[in-house]
Ligand binder design. Structure first.
Ligand code: GDP
Ligand code: MG
Length: 441
């Protein structure tokens, strides 16, 4: 419940709005940070523009400067842009044996990543994994995978010299079926640059294996190049995700943002070193912090927001305890209910309130009614909202008419405000361990 309520409280904490100048000034610095992190210019530009529109007019939290507030907004926007749908670490490996195709340029970290992922699947998910190297170009490439396999305790397809990649892929498929493997991973050859032959070879392997996942491995330090590579591979081969390697290096991870913005492909894993455990599921928060390099400011603003929310919650609770529950409070609750899927959803979250919820449900509170009730409250004057007892019959009529409703609906609303006020008061009176306080924690 605390999360939901804080949404309401958020709106109380606003101290003033960000002016266009505030936003522009702060964004100039953010732009530098993005470019320094190797975000490509067009991506940085588009991103800044988006944030500028979003930030202007937004409220500034108390005890935070407009600049700090903008940084927080930028951070949140970065996280949003970087996030894909679902769990990036969940590989589709149902229907065994599930093929996973690894593609990318030479030296990007394909072979290393293949082994790292195989180890993860084997150790964490208890999968039986078979790895096969399709790299017939580079001398000793196949032996490299074999050695890694021994090291991590994962089987590799026996090496047969003179086979082409498609033949190896076929053999891997057969072996995986016969051997009862859950997953087989195809580690393809790469080249220094994308060329027709590389793409044609990867496409031929893809057609044989019909992979459940095609993971593109790119060097996270290569910035814009990585993005071009990704576009080309996705266009010709079709990729289901990206693995960014060398994120343990000095680069600030801007490639991740460019990658997401340009290709729209989800980033699934990041490589953080040469060791077999040096791989992690992609975490947008972490990379956002790294790109922006302003983690201190972000946590400062978050703390300020938390403090303010706690203060507001305290204040609100004190008012409720004194029986002060006016139409503004009711409106907030109604809006909250809309978000939570009606009265039952809302009350169901408070201990012991299930029965009350049923009663109110009986009174016919559904989404449409909530919308009408909010319209009624909006037709009241400021004074009337703060003190609904002021409402005389003639005003009631006019308010109902203004919202296109019957006076009886308004009377129901007033009754609800009184009932909820009483309820809040009772809950508040339960003292320090009271429900409301607990519910707000
Ligand atoms: P491939 O040609 O794409 O198969 O690339 P490899 O897997 O052979 O990797 C090339 C080099 O990069 C090797 O020396 C790896 O140890 C190294 N490497 C791979 N991933 C990472 C990573 O995430 N961080 C670092 N620092 N090195 C990596
Ligand atoms: Mg390799």
């Amino acid at each position: 419940l605390s999360d939901r309520l804080s949404g309401v409280l958020d709106r109380l904490t606003k101290q003033g709005a960000l002016s266009e100048d505030d936003v522009k000034a702060a964004l100039r610095e953010v732009r530098v940070a993005l470019l320094e992190a190797d975000v490509s210019l067009p991506v940085a530009r588009a991103f800044i523009k988006k944030v500028q529109d979003k930030a202007t007019g937004q409220a500034v939290t108390k005890s935070v400067t407009p600049g700090q507030q903008v940084v927080k907004i930028v951070h949140d926007a970065l996280v949003e842009t970087l996030s894909g749908e679902g769990d990036p670490g969940a590989l589709k490996i149902d229907n065994p044996p599930a093929p996973i195709l690894m593609v990318g340029l030479q030296g990007s970290g394909k072979t290393t990543t293949t082994a790292k992922l195989a180890k993860r699947l084997h150790e964490r998910e208890g999968k039986r994994v078979l790895m096969a190297s399709l790299d017939v170009n580079r001398p000793a490439a196949m032996e490299q995978l074999e050695i890694l396999g021994k090291q991590i305790g994962v089987d590799t397809l026996p090496i047969v010299k003179g086979e082409d990649p498609v033949a190896i892929a076929k053999r891997a498929k057969t072996q995986a079926s016969l051997g009862g493997y859950d997953v087989y991973m195809l580690d393809t050859a790469g080249r220094l640059h994308i060329d027709q032959e590389l793409i044609a070879q990867a496409a031929a392997v893809r057609d044989v294996a019909n992979p459940r996942e095609t993971l593109l491995v790119v060097d996270g330090l290569t910035g814009q190049d990585a993005v071009n590579v990704a576009e080309e591979f996705d266009d010709k081969i079709g990729v289901t995700g990206v693995v960014l390697t060398r994120m343990d290096g000095d680069g600030r991870g801007g490639a991740a943002l460019s990658m997401r913005s340009v290709t729209g492909k989800p980033i699934r894993f990041v490589g953080l070193g040469e060791k077999m455990d040096a791989i992690e599921t992609f975490e947008p928060e972490r990379i956002a912090g790294r790109i922006l390099g302003m983690g201190d400011i972000v946590s400062l603003v978050e703390k300020a927001q938390d403090t303010l929310e706690a203060e507001q919650a305290e204040r609100m609770m004190k008012r409720f305890q004194k029986g002060q529950f006016n139409m503004n409070d009711l409106k907030m609750q109604l809006e909250q209910m809309q978000k939570m899927g009606g009265m039952e959803g809302f009350m169901g979250m408070m201990p012991g309130m299930g029965k009350m919820a049923k009663q109110m449900e009986g009174a016919g509170i559904d989404d449409k009614i909530i919308t009408r009730q909010i319209a009624l409250i909006q037709s009241m004057t400021k004074k009337e909202r703060a003190n609904p007892k002021l409402l005389q019959a003639s005003r009631k009529k006019r308010i109902a008419k203004g919202a296109g409703l019957e006076v009886s609906e308004l009377n129901k609303l007033l009754k609800m405000q009184r009932q909820m006020g009483d309820m809040m008061k009772k809950m508040g009176k339960m003292g320090k361990g009271g429900m409301l306080k607990q519910a707000m924690k």
